[in-house]
Design a protein around this ligand. Structure first.
Ligand SMILES: [Cu+2]
Length: 177
């Protein structure tokens, strides 16, 4: 008889669902009270492209840190910083990005960004992707924020004419992990 075994499995699945529901409730609370994300966008990618960047303006009400990111369209998400090393633009993963209370921190091309790697599908212009950001407050308590982010070729409100000479968008980049 296999009945006892399958019964145990069912109970396990049920408590997993209950736990997930509880966790989501806690997350949406953090979303509405502590951290505000505006102008989020993720850059389009083409077939075969393995990585792209997500950009946004983040304002935390209380001191916090951005410690991670994930999306179902990517195998891996990281918080990156980008800076010049000599005459080469390099980016690298950082464990945490400080979000001082009340100060808007910009994630933008050429600076801090969320890197989505091992892309599972090309990201098409004008579609949206789910993006989950992971934060830590000053006490070290983690919370997450679930976003729907627009896929675009440029920041919302940016002009489509290349008005910024020397813009990094098409510059070759070193990408180290
Ligand atoms: Cu990067």
């Amino acid at each position: 008889m296999t009945t006892p075994k399958s019964h145990a499995l069912k109970t396990y699945c049920f408590s997993l669902v209950a736990l997930t529901t509880l966790a989501l409730t806690a997350f949406s609370h953090a979303q509405t009270t502590n951290i505000d994300v505006k102008d989020a966008w993720v850059r389009t990618s083409v077939q075969g492209q393995k990585a792209t960047g997500a950009f946004m303006n983040i304002t935390a009400k209380d001191d916090a840190k951005l410690v991670g990111a994930s999306s179902p369209v990517a195998g891996l998400g990281e918080v990156h910083e980008m800076k010049m090393e000599g005459d080469v633009m390099k980016m690298r993963a950082i464990p945490a990005l400080d979000l001082p209370a009340g100060k808007t921190v910009a994630l933008k091309p050429g600076g801090f960004h969320v890197m989505l790697m091992d892309l599972k599908t090309p990201l098409k212009k004008d579609s949206t992707i789910p993006l989950t950001l992971r934060f830590k407050d000053a006490q070290g308590k983690e919370s997450t924020l679930n976003l729907q982010v627009n896929v675009s070729t440029q920041a919302p409100g940016a002009s489509s004419s290349g008005s910024m000479p020397g813009h990094m968008q098409n510059a070759p980049m070193g990408h180290k992990h």
